[in-house]
Design a protein around this ligand. Sequence first.
Ligand code: KG4
Length: 346
Amino acid sequence: MKDEIILAIESSCDETAVSLLRNGNELLANSVNTQIEDHKRFGGVYPELASRLHLENITSVLQYVLSLKGFDYHSITHVAVTGGPGLPGALQIGAMAAKTISQYLNVPLIDVHHLAGHIYANEFVHEFRYPLLAIVVSGGNTELVYLPRPFEFHIMGETEDDAIGEALDKVARALGLPYPGGVHIDKITQEPNIQTIPLPKANVPGYDLSYSGLKSHLIRMIEKEKKENNGTLPPERVKSFALSAEKAFVEQLLDKAEILKNDHPVKMIVVGGGVSANSYLRKRIRERFPNGPEIVIPPLWCTTDNAAMIAKAAHHMIQMGLLSPLSFNTRPNRDIEKEGKKYRIQ
Ligand code: KG4
C-alpha cells in the first residue's frame, strides 16, 4: 500500500513551522522558525508583525523541509494546516500556502484545530487510551478537555479570565524577567530551598479555573515590595515570588483535574501547550496521580508550536474522513467542541 505522507503547516501565532509525517508516526522532517526574538521588545506577540514574518519565512521553511535528502515532493499524499484558533492574519499565511500546495499536487487538504494538535502531540509518546483527559495550557488557553473517544472534545472546565501562561508572563514582567516570562520563571525556580510566600486559593465552582485574581494579588505584592526597596527586588525575593506563582497556578490546575478524574472515568491524562514545558507541572502531575490514570507528557520539542502535532492530528482526521474543501476559511476563535463534525465526508 502507498505510504501516507502528510505535509503540515502551522502559523497560528509566532512560529512558522512545517513538518512531514509518514504513516502517522515517522517524522521525516520538522522545522520551526520562531519569532520570539522579534516580539521581545513589545513584551508579547505583536499580531501585525507576526503576519509579516510568517509571509517572509514560510517559503524558506517549506523549502528547507522539502529539500530533505532523497525526498520527492510528489510523494506527499495530504496537506494539513492549522485553521484556527490563532491570530487572524497569521493563520491566513499558512492556510494560503497549504491551499496552494494542495491544489498544485492535487491532494486532499485537512484543516486542523490548533489545540487538537497540542493534544494529539502526546501520541508521539504513547497511543491514546480513552476516555482521556487533556490538560491544555498555553499563553491563550487553559482548558480541561474530556475525550470519551477519538476526536470528540468536551470542554469540562476552563479559565474564567486569564490563561495560565498569560498570568505567569504578567507576574514575570512585574518581576523584571524577559518575555516569554513563563520560560524564565521556570529557569530561576530550579534551585532547591527557595522560600515560598503563602497565597490565597482561587475559589471557582466546578471544573473552571481563575488566574486573574491571583495574578493581580501577586503583582500588587511585588510592586509594594519594589517601592520599599528603591524600585528593585533582591534576587532571592524574585525567586520566591516566581516559585510561589508557579506553584499556586499549577496546583489549582491539578486540583481541578483531580476532581474531574474522580467524577468521570479517565484512562489517561495528557498535557499540551506551551506551559506543558514547565518543570514544576511535569514533576507534580506524576506525583499527584500516583495510582493512575496513566500520565503522558509531550517531549519538550513538542510543547511549543510546531507542525508535527498538526500532522499527527491530521493523521487521525484522515482516518475519520475529516477532509476539508479548498474553500475552507480560517477561524481565529474556533471552538474545539465542534471538531470532528465539520466537512465530514459521508
Ligand atoms: O502554546 P504557546 O507556545 O503559545 C501561545 O499560546 O501563545 O504558549 C506560550 C506560553 C507563554 O505564556 C510562555 O510563557 C509559556 O507558554 N511557557 C512556559 C514555559 N515554556 C513556555 N511557562 C512555564 N514554564 C515553561 N517552561
